[in-house]
Design a protein around this ligand. Structure first.
Ligand code: FE2
Ligand code: FE2
Length: 341
């Protein structure tokens, strides 16, 4: 199916605006009061149709579930509860702030222009997701993350800040240092079979897909925390509102994982014309790069961020100076080898 940019970007006719905790936010509610993500009037239908076309050609989607990640969140849910119930919320305040700032940067996706993939693909790609990257899919994605500049509705950045403020207060701590980039650092040419601009786009797509999958695991964590009965006990109502806010962000993110997975899966299914005039299966080009991406995001960067957090927790426990609390914290770890203070 072929769609226009306007169709891809179109909204449902919402019955009510998405207003929460004093913020006017993107998306809206239907007659039953259920949340509907922004710009999904056509996007979901299109992704399902293109997925069917892919399946009918005998190809499957990649596994993009959180199962491909090797590790869970640190601190674990129970460790987080222990600290929060001691009034130590800075670790979570920092995580939520950093997530909001990084979401705002995601707005840049709206400016991206993919090179023409039809030039290097043998099959006709006109009724695929790949052919619609520049026809609204990147714009919709960028606006979902950091907001549509022509709208007064807030997007994910504001939704994370609002959740943080509900749970822990607006200016409770100083703004933490935010990593400059959360993608895999650029390497020299890794896909010499393709023109450099196509290699760059492939790297970007795989990187953003892995970032979205890692985010999914953070959503469940935040929702479990906000919805738990035994934490934020003095502000259950605010906590539930924050949980609902995160669940709306999560709903919006589902289409991001879905279309990026579909893009990669379609590209794997095509035959590429290499720069030296041969033909090569997409899967042979993409799979090695995907493996590296899964390894980096799931393992290497996780260990790095655990090391940074561990240092912060060491300092925190020095300040608290309560060895019982520290041993309780360590006993609640989900991976004693990796996550011990
Ligand atoms: Fe987002
Ligand atoms: Fe996203």
């Amino acid at each position: 199916m072929i769609y226009t940019k306007e169709e891809i970007l179109s909204n449902h006719n919402f019955a009510q605006p998405n207003e929460m905790a004093g913020y006017l936010l993107h998306g809206g509610l239907n007659e039953e009061g259920e949340y509907i993500s922004p710009r999904t009037r056509v996007r979901w239908k299109a992704v399902h149709q293109w997925t069917k076309i892919l399946n009918d050609r005998g190809h499957e989607l990649l596994d993009c579930s959180v199962d491909i990640l090797k590790h869970d969140n640190f601190p674990s849910l129970n460790q987080a509860k222990l600290l929060l119930n001691q009034g130590e919320g800075q670790f979570l305040w920092n995580s939520l702030t950093i997530t909001g700032i990084i979401e705002a940067r995601g707005r840049a996706l709206a400016e991206i222009e993919a090179p023409n993939f039809q030039n290097i693909i043998v099959e006709d790609i006109s009724d695929t997701c790949v052919a619609h990257m520049n026809k609204g899919l990147f714009i919709a994605h960028g606006f979902d993350e950091g907001g549509d500049p022509d709208s007064d509705q807030g997007a994910h950045d504001q939704m994370w800040f609002a959740s943080r403020d509900l749970l822990l207060g607006k200016e409770s701590y100083p703004i933490p240092e935010v990593p400059e980039s959360i993608g895999r650092p650029a390497k020299e040419r890794e896909v010499p079979d393709l023109p450099i601009e196509h290699e760059g786009m492939l790297n970007l797509l795989l990187d953003v897909l892995m970032i979205e999958i890692r985010a999914e695991s953070f959503f469940s964590y935040c929702m479990n925390l906000a919805n738990a009965e035994d934490v934020f006990t003095d502000k259950r109502e605010d906590a539930l509102l924050a949980g609902e806010m995160v669940s709306r962000i999560r709903q919006d993110e589902a289409i991001h994982v879905a279309y990026l997975n579909l893009l990669i899966s379609e590209l794997r299914s095509f035959t590429f014309k290499t720069v030296d005039g041969r033909e090569k299966k997409g899967s042979e080009i993409i799979d090695p790069l995907w493996q590296k991406m899964v390894q980096w995001h799931g393992e290497e960067v996780h260990r790095e961020s655990v090391a940074i957090r561990s240092e912060e927790f060491v300092k925190l426990f020095e300040k608290i100076n309560d060895s019982n609390l520290k041993s309780e914290f360590n006993s609640l770890s989900s991976n004693k080898e990796l996550y011990s203070i």
